[in-house]
Write a protein that binds this ligand. Structure first.
Ligand code: FAD
Length: 395
């Protein structure tokens, strides 16, 4: 939940969108950030002849604006039909296997694979069909929101509202009597209870000694997506901004798609500039993450320049963000894995006052992460309420 302001532009470094009626929006309003929320149009675009053709997924007729070829429009209609009829009725499978039976390879490569990359940071072959269809269904129905000045607004406001040490790395946890000793830079002290909202690999490191060996092994093999993002401030503006830009047909080597920050809010970009966040293709992240930043920028910027027919020296400022652990995997087995992990962690919380929260305990999204945090907070509160009750009934 971080964003970066640089050279007058605001970029989200990770998650950036949530639904108007969901938990994140509710939390933002409760923190007094209602005026900092932006409702955003669910626009999808494709560069054609160097310019973006834009369609709004909530306005079906706009699919005819040339973003999709006539045959792609037909497949898009079938896709929307499947998004309403398949999930919940037939057993889940990978979107790759399902799409290979249901659509021609060109549509899968040009439309479905970039959507899987942009929304799940995973190759089409790995994503759950139901998760992909569920996302498409909500994109066509639900009002999306973002923060006008970047996702970091939420973390910063939370830190200012609560009594917390922000940006402190926890190095270890151990038991000290009934309490949990938290050791970290600038903060080493015992707490009655701890809610760990760290990414799964970090949570596992911190609670390693307390896990059953079987669960430890299963958790260590937990599949996740990694990501490589490039932010770029272009000279000049695109004719029309769009939330998600898919690659031109037949033309994607490194890039899975990009986001135009101005589509989230006009406040994010200085005049006569365009701020983009470019997502590398999930299949290429392992290779790219071995490269230095300069080579990553050269590969992605070169490809982008061909897509948009940009002149030489087209950008002012750019940077690379690498996510070795970007998000928990949304594959067809995710539901079973999550249930087993929840049960294991609940057993742990009965022995040791540590609760866990994170997107590996629910849908791999901001909503999933906040939902798991609410559950953890309730369990923690109940634990101490019951303890207080026992203590007061003994007196
Ligand atoms: C590029 C990208 C785009 C995304 N876009 C969206 C989107 O638009 N909408 C959406 O819903 N989801 C999106 N997601 C997914 C979403 O970001 C995650 O599902 C969500 O952030 C998970 O929340 P979390 O609290 O589990 O983990 P995180 O958000 O990863 O938070 C974990 C926190 O723990 C901190 N931490 C780690 N180690 C330690 C330590 N030892 N001590 C203290 N703190 C520590 C980290 O710094 C981090 O702040 C995106 C993810 C990525 C990578």
């Amino acid at each position: 939940m971080r964003s970066l302001e640089t050279a007058g532009a605001v970029y989200d470094l990770g998650a950036w969108t949530f639904t108007a009626g969901g938990r994140v929006a509710r939390l933002a309003r409760a923190l007094g950030l209602a005026n900092d929320l932006a409702t955003i149009p669910t626009t999808v675009a494709r560069p054609i002849g160097g310019h973006l053709r834009v369609a709004n997924l909530r306005k079906p007729l706009s699919l005819l604006t040339g973003v999709f070829s006539p045959i792609e429009v037909l497949h898009a209609i079938r896709l929307l039909y499947f998004s309403r009829t398949l999930p919940g009725r037939t057993p889940d499978e990978t979107a790759g296997a399902w799409a290979a039976r249901s659509f021609p390879p060109g549509f899968n490569r040009a439309v479905l694979a970039p959507l899987a990359g942009l929304y799940f940071l995973q190759p089409l072959a790995d994503v759950s069909r139901n998760a992909l269809l569920g996302t498409l269904r909500y994109l066509t129905h639900i009002q999306l929101m973002s923060f006008k000045k970047g996702m970091g607004q939420l973390g910063a406001r939370l830190a200012a509202t609560l009594d917390l040490h922000y940006n402190h790395t926890i190095e270890s946890l151990s038991l000290e009597g009934q309490a949990v000793l938290v050791r970290g830079k600038g903060c080493s002290r015992p707490f009655n209870g701890v809610i760990l909202a760290t990414p799964l690999p970090e949570t596992l490191r911190l609670i390693h000694a307390w896990l059953d060996p079987d669960h430890r092994q299963a958790a260590e093999r937990w599949p996740h997506a990694s990501a490589v993002l490039v932010r770029m401030l272009l000279k000049g503006r695109l004719r029309r901004p769009a939330l998600q830009v898919l690659p031109p047909r037949e033309m994607a080597k490194w890039i899975c798609g990009f986001t135009v920050e101005r589509a989230k809010s006009a406040m994010r970009t200085p005049a006569d500039r365009e701020a983009l966040t470019i997502y590398a293709r999930p299949e290429k992240c392992a290779t790219l993450s071995q490269w230095c930043d300069r080579d990553i920028v050269a590969a992605l910027a070169g490809e982008l320049a061909r897509w948009l027919r940009l002149p030489r020296h087209h950008h002012f400022e750019c940077g690379v963000k690498r996510w070795p652990y970007a998000v928990a995997s949304s594959d067809p087995e995710a539901g079973l894995r999550v249930a087993a992990m929840q049960a294991q962690l609940q057993r742990l919380s009965k022995r040791i006052p540590v609760w866990a929260a994170g997107d590996y305990l629910g849908p791999a999204s901001l909503e999933g992460a906040v939902a798991s945090a609410e559950i953890a907070a309730r369990a923690c509160r109940m634990h101490f309420k019951n303890k207080d009750h026992l203590l007061s009934s003994k007196h």
